[in-house]
Design a binder for this molecule. Structure first.
Ligand code: SF4
Length: 372
């Protein structure tokens, strides 16, 4: 039976980054304390499950004190049954996690750290509106290791305004010198309603498509040469250090979620929480689950979602597993298109699995749109 994951959303940040459209904002200590109490209450209302991964995401989970984080984890342990070897990750911002906090995380059972580095170049960090500099990121990684973290992800960003292929490669090499077990390398997207939209919607100062493609290709080559497996479009891991929690999303496995705007999935029903902080707090303080909507997915919805998520993975789709799940042959159903992609080197079908090739990953979005 599938074990559940649990996503916990902490919607607070020290300051909003200029490119960010996540559900997060600065908040004072009183508000953070009120939120933790509400979150603890929400967890106590969840259906008890057997859990093998927890992920504190945000926002910036490290703006909470260690004691607040521990209160949340205690609520999870009290409500759910935890697998012995559960993966427990927290995201952290280098500006908000010192050695004492990181040591406290290890002591309370957090065993994976995802550090939002983005860049080791101070000019790039400043432009992004990050609250930390490169020295803080380096100190955070060193402190995390000293505190006993052996499983560390570094988030890096490509496509930053004025970034060159050379400065991006330099970031990768500095990241590698700290020997992380996992690297997530996302390309910057200029989102609507962010300060970046006003500045860069016309593409000014952004690396052009060729440069972006080169950064992506070089990420794969450099990390491959250092023993990383490119296991998902934007994620690279040393063998055995793939993110168990994120694999649940890509495998469409069930996961619970708690917190503002968080959404969970039990295998057929998607549950979304309210996105308004005042409403979230009031509902929980009044003893009500903060659910905005629940959607029962049809078999066709589930199949589309599965195709979209599983094809993000290097392993791609197992044709027999797909048949078992959805009762039809994925290859036969899309034969004409798939054979065209295979002939043109965008996809490969081998050992009963179909997946993108390196060339195909570069255009995966448009292929996925055509397939779905
Ligand atoms: S720290 Fe992360 S969540 Fe917070 S504003 Fe910056 S990008 Fe957004």
């Amino acid at each position: 039976m599938n074990k559940f994951g649990l996503y916990l959303h902490i919607p607070f940040c020290v300051k909003k980054c200029a490119y960010c459209d996540f559900l997060s904002a600065p908040a004072d200590e009183a508000m953070r304390e009120r939120y933790v109490s509400a979150l603890v209450r929400e967890i106590s209302m969840q259906p008890p499950q057997s859990i093998d991964s927890i992920f504190f995401g945000g926002g910036t989970p490290s703006v909470l004190t260690a004691a607040q984080t521990e209160r949340i984890l205690d609520a999870v342990y009290a409500r759910h049954s935890m697998e012995q070897d559960a993966e427990i990750t927290t995201e952290c911002n280098p500006a908000t996690a010192d050695f004492n906090q990181l040591s406290a995380y290890r002591k309370m059972g957090i065993n994976r750290l995802s550090i939002g580095v983005q860049s080791f170049c101070d000019a790039e960090l400043k432009l992004l509106g990050r609250v930390h500099d490169s020295a803080a990121a380096k100190a955070c990684i060193t402190d995390a290791k000293k505190a006993g973290f052996e499983n560390i992800n570094l988030d890096l960003m490509s496509g930053i305004p004025k970034q060159t292929v050379e400065s991006f490669e330099e970031n990768l090499h500095i990241a590698l010198s700290y020997e992380p077990t996992h690297i997530s390398a996302y390309s910057l997207i200029v989102e609507p309603d962010t300060p970046f939209e006003k500045l860069y919607a016309d593409g000014r100062d952004l690396p052009d498509e060729d440069a972006e493609r080169t950064m992506y290709a070089r990420t794969g080559e450099i990390l491959d040469a250092h023993g990383f497996v490119h296991y998902e479009i934007s994620n690279y891991a040393k063998s055995g250090f793939e993110s168990r929690h994120n694999l649940k999303y890509w495998h469409c496995s069930p996961y619970l979620a708690a917190g503002l705007g968080a959404h969970g999935f039990d295998g057929s029903v998607r549950t979304e929480n309210v996105r308004d902080l005042t409403q979230y707090l009031r509902m929980l303080e009044g003893g009500k689950a903060p659910i905005a909507q629940q959607t029962k997915l049809t078999q066709a919805d589930l199949a589309s979602e599965y195709i979209m998520m599983a094809l993000r993975l290097k392993e791609g789709i197992s044709l027999s597993a797909f048949f078992e799940k959805f009762g039809y042959d994925f290859y036969e159903a899309h034969k004409k298109k798939l054979e065209l992609y295979i002939q043109n080197g965008f996809m490969v079908c081998k050992d009963g699995r179909i997946a993108f090739t390196k060339k195909g990953i570069q255009v995966s979005n448009s292929i996925l749109c055509e397939l779905i």
